[in-house]
Write a protein that binds this ligand. Sequence first.
Ligand SMILES: [Zn+2]
Length: 45
Amino acid sequence: MMHESKPCAYCSGNGYVYVVLGGSETCYCCKGTGVEQQKVEAVTK
Ligand SMILES: [Zn+2]
């Protein structure tokens, strides 16, 4: 049983993405974890 943790493809595992407006913002895809979410769970931070 292995939990496969892949880097988020959207932010390349950074946990944040650069926005056009300038600066960076927490990746909504992985919610800043940098890990691709396999399941959609009610994980609220
Ligand atoms: Zn991400």
